[in-house]
Every structure is written in C-alpha cells, then in structure tokens.
Design a protein. Structure first.
Length: 220
C-alpha cells in the first residue's frame, strides 16, 4: 500500500492540494483535521471547557464519527449528522486546536486513521501524520508558507464566501493556532526528519500542485 503523509500548519493549502493530488493519483484522501474539528464541534456544542482534558475526554464515549466518501468527497458524520460544513467555521478550527492537545482525543482517533491507511492507497493530511500516525509512510511532505501568505489567502477565501474578515485578526488567529499546534506536549506539529519541505509562500496553487506531484512520483 502506498501512503503519502502531508503535514503542515493551517492555511498552507494542504487540504485543497491534498484533495486534488489524491484525485489525480487515484488515492483516497483522508482529512484528519476534519476529525479533530468534529470533536471540537461536539465539545463546543456541549459547552465543555475545551482546554480541560478530563472534561473533553468524558465526552468521547458519546461521539460516533463516520467518515464516508460521497462523490469522491469526504463527508464527516457526527452521531449520524453530516457536519462537513459546520466544522469549517473559524471558531471550530480553534476548538479543534484546543481539543487536539489532549492525549485521550488523539488516541481516540489514532486507530481510525491507521486503519484507513491499512488496506488502500491514501493521501493523508494533518499535523502528525509523518511523525506519529504513519511513521513508515511511503512519502512524507511538510507543506508550509509564511504566516502572512497564509493569512492573505485565508482572507481571500473568506471574501469569496461573502464573509469579511480583517487581515490582522486572521493573521493573529493563524499565529495563535501555530503556537498551540507546535507547543503542545503530545504529537506537536513538526517536520519529520525524512519529510520533504515544500514552501508555498511564493508559488501559486498550480505551481504548488505540480511541485508536490513531482515530489510524490519521485518517491514512490
Ligand atoms: O487541518 P485543520 O485546520 O482542519 O485542523 C484543525 C486542527 O486540528 C489543527 O489546528 C490541529 O490542532 C488539529 N489537528 C491535529 N492533528 C492532525 C490534524 C489536525 O492536531 N493530524
């Protein structure tokens, strides 16, 4: 089985690039961020203190998470409800970042993530795929871009959706999420030793796609 691990900070273009690469290569795309977002959504809806590991861990037995591929797109179901849209809210990204720091949450998702890669070719994106989830991945890529470049792209994306966001606020959120993700004790965001570093600050989507595809094909 071939597994491609793509890790990196939020807003580097990981999920759009990963989705397109997976379709192009004929691999199954697994978005692990969506799984953390779903737990963040549930915990936020329950009014839990997201930074309290015990409070969040106590909710895990109530969560049934299903990942289904529908028309080539990953849909996430939380206790039977399709939450694929709801988990994309900015606040839920923050909630995901908070709950993902708790070891019980990470353990809860680890088996699901590993089993998805056990019997099919996958392209999995996240923060700890190359370091923890799939340490023996066929190809590992660390995809990054400067916080400013990521904030600019995020603002543009939000504008296109008709939501206005101040650049400074988006940049501050990105920096805060980077800090949380890189400083947590368990599975922090960091480049695996054997990962290829790809920086997309100064290249556009198509150039990033071409570079990533070439990198993957060179390694499989
Ligand atoms: O990639 P995305 O922005 O959807 O991820 C949301 C949050 O989930 C991240 O900020 C990170 O804290 C967490 N996450 C993680 N490990 C992963 C994927 C996401 O901790 N493999």
């Amino acid at each position: 089985m071939i597994s491609v691990a793509i890790d990196g900070p939020s807003g580097a273009g990981k999920s759009s690039l990963a989705k397109r690469l997976a379709a192009d290569l004929g691999y199954v795309y697994v978005d692990t961020g969506a799984m953390y977002r779903t737990i963040g959504l549930y915990a936020a809806r329950q009014g839990a203190d997201l930074h309290n590991a015990d409070a969040v861990a106590a909710l895990l037995p109530q969560i049934r998470l299903d990942i289904r591929l529908e028309d080539g797109t990953q849909h996430v179901y939380l206790n039977g409800e399709d939450v694929s849209e709801a988990i994309r809210a900015e606040a839920i990204g923050m909630a995901a970042s908070a709950v993902s720091a708790h070891p019980p949450v990470r353990n809860f998702l680890l088996d699901t993530q590993r089993s998805l890669a056990a019997n099919q070719n996958v392209l999995m994106d996240g923060r700890d795929i190359g370091t923890v989830v799939l340490p023996h991945a066929t190809v590992k890529i660390f995809l990054t871009a400067s916080p400013e470049a990521r904030a600019q792209r995020r603002c543009k994306e939000l504008q296109e959706k008709g939501q206005n966001a101040a650049y400074e606020t988006v940049l501050a959120d990105i920096r805060q999420r980077d800090y949380q993700d890189t400083h947590r004790e368990i599975a922090p965001l960091k480049q695996a030793e054997d990962a290829v570093l790809v920086d997309t600050s100064d290249i556009d989507f198509d150039q990033s796609f071409a570079l990533l595809k070439r990198t993957i094909l060179e390694h499989i």
